[in-house]
Write a protein that binds this ligand. Structure first.
Ligand code: UDX
Ligand code: UDX
Length: 458
């Protein structure tokens, strides 16, 4: 079949895989190929068991894989044969040298740029899909300009705003699609190519175009604002616990102001996920680079409050359980950084499990989707650790349950039965405020929500 466009994506991760699946699904006249350096990843994308769990993803991939959606390890051939190349490789926080712990590690990005330069053979549009520091597109453009064989590259920025667990819906019905480009004739042409792809299913007024740096910066800022809301409500949850205020009531009252809005105001054990912390630290690094230290400090505190919230949760467990956790069995309900995903990157559960083990508690981890990742995250941690998919088994004989992830499953359990199977006094620390606290108290639990006074029998 003759395809109208040939689209390649380098990086078959949480972002690249679902995004390309939806583009291919909505544009049957385009050929879409996803490549990755990791052959195991590609094998999974070609199997019945996809490497990424997202509601709706399986159905889409099953329908179009082999028709106009392909997964391959042949990066060289991919680069040669496609005209539009999305780059969605990972950009973790740098762990070494200048900017360690804050700046983005761009080694994969640069390596990818060099591969593109080496194998292209014809003009290409390069699409920045990974979240990157502002001005990375410019660096990419400079590397690509060193070819000297007459092949031309145009780099555009098209940040991804999908959230895990709702990726397919976010891609099908995006709030906005952002395309940043240069304003030369070639830049505008590349921009239009991108706009044309999304126009297959996204209403025109939701596709916005900007200069390339605004686009790069908007992605960092959107994540920083979202994370800031979570840290804001979490900081107030600490105050509520010391007073008689209830964080859920405060959130409703504040969120009903239409200027503030009611979303992203759920107090929690802290935010996780691959993007929030990384993007804020990136923003902080950028501000420091330009000498804007007050601005950098402002955003850095969003991350500090998040760390504080997690440590506070552990100290609350320790203090409430008579200042010793040694030999006590504590079960973590959930390990994913949020519900409906198996992803555990930066999950508060990792930090909390480690801290509880430091206090010599015995930790039991249960999660419906994230146990494989949980085991990897805690691989080198010393202490008594066990895993089970069954929450009833997990809680048996435990002194405390700590809710880490807001899985629906945990709302409907038989807590009477669970209470009977636990050591007494039995504690519940609801790090997501998803349970019926009054009812648990009546059953006999000592209940410690986030941002509300505890309900205790002593
Ligand atoms: C990543 C970044 O973390 C995020 O900041 C960005 O916005 C999009 O890309 P994600 O898709 O969640 O997000 O990352 P991950 O699941 O780790 O996928 C990246 C993939 O790129 C991996 O499968 C990795 O094998 C692949 N990769 C990495 C390459 O194909 N080539 C490389 O040189 C490096
Ligand atoms: C986020 C952004 O939402 C998305 O636009 C961007 O592309 C990638 O980063 P994601 O990390 O998948 O997406 O998850 P998100 O739903 O934003 O939640 C992030 C973290 O904040 C989770 O740990 C979640 O539990 C926590 N959170 C969110 C709260 O604690 N309270 C809230 O009210 C909302």
């Amino acid at each position: 079949m003759d395809f109208k466009k040939h689209i390649l994506c380098i990086g078959a991760g949480y972002v690249g895989g679902p995004t390309m699946a939806v583009i291919a699904y909505k544009c049957p006249h385009y050929k879409v190929t996803v490549v990755d350096i990791n052959p195991a990843r590609i094998a999974e994308w070609n199997s019945q068991e996809l490497p990424v769990y997202e509601p709706g993803l399986d159905d889409i991939v099953r329908e179009i894989r082999g028709r106009n959606l392909f997964f391959s390890t042949d990066i060289e051939k991919g680069i040669r044969e496609h005209d539009i190349i999305f780059v969605s490789v990972n950009t973790p926080t740098k762990q070494f040298g200048v900017g360690a712990g804050q700046a983005a590690d761009l080694q994969y990005w640069e390596k990818t740029a060099r591969q593109i330069l080496q194998f292209s053979g014809s003009d290409k549009i390069i699409v920045e899909k990974s979240t990157l520091p502002v001005k990375t597109a410019q660096a990419m453009q400079r590397i690509l300009a060193t070819g000297g064989d007459g092949v031309e590259f145009e780099v555009v920025s098209n940040p991804e705003f999908l959230a895990e667990g709702t990726a397919i819906d976010d891609l099908l019905y995006p709030d906005r699609v952002l395309v940043g480009s240069g304003n030369s004739e070639r830049g505008l042409m590349a921009r239009n190519e991108l706009v044309e792809i999304y126009a297959n299913w996204v209403p025109a007024e939701r596709i916005i175009t900007t200069n390339i740096w605004s686009s790069e910066l908007s992605k960092l800022v959107a994540n920083a604002f979202l994370a800031q809301r979570v840290s804001s409500i979490n900081s107030i949850s600490a105050l509520c616990e010391r007073t008689d205020a209830d964080i859920d009531e405060v959130a409703v009252a504040v969120g009903m102001d239409s200027r503030i809005g009611n979303r992203f105001l759920e107090a929690s054990v802290g935010f996780g996920g691959s993007c929030f912390k990384k993007d804020i630290l990136n923003l902080v690094y950028l501000c420091r680079f330009y000498g804007l230290h007050e601005v950098a400090d402002y955003w850095e505190n969003v991350v500090k409050i998040n760390q504080y919230q997690q440590e506070r949760f552990v100290l609350n467990i320790l203090n409430s359980m008579f200042n010793t956790l040694s030999g006590k069995k504590i079960c973590l309900f959930g390990f994913a950084f949020k519900a409906n995903t198996g992803d555990t990157r930066e999950s508060p559960a990792i930090f909390i499990a480690r801290r509880l083990l430091e206090e010599k508690a015995e930790v039991v981890v249960t999660d419906p989707k994230a146990l494989v990742n949980a085991k990897k995250d805690l691989e080198n941690v010393n202490g008594s650790l066990s895993y089970t998919g069954d929450p009833y088994e997990a809680a048996r004989g435990c002194h405390a349950i700590a809710i880490m992830t807001e899985w629906d499953l945990y709302k409907g359990l038989d807590y009477k039965g669970i209470f009977q199977s636990m050591s007494k006094p039995a504690f519940i620390f609801d790090g997501r405020n998803i349970l019926d606290h009054e009812k648990l108290f009546e059953i006999g639990f000592n209940v410690f929500p986030i941002g509300k006074p505890p309900l205790t029998h002593y």
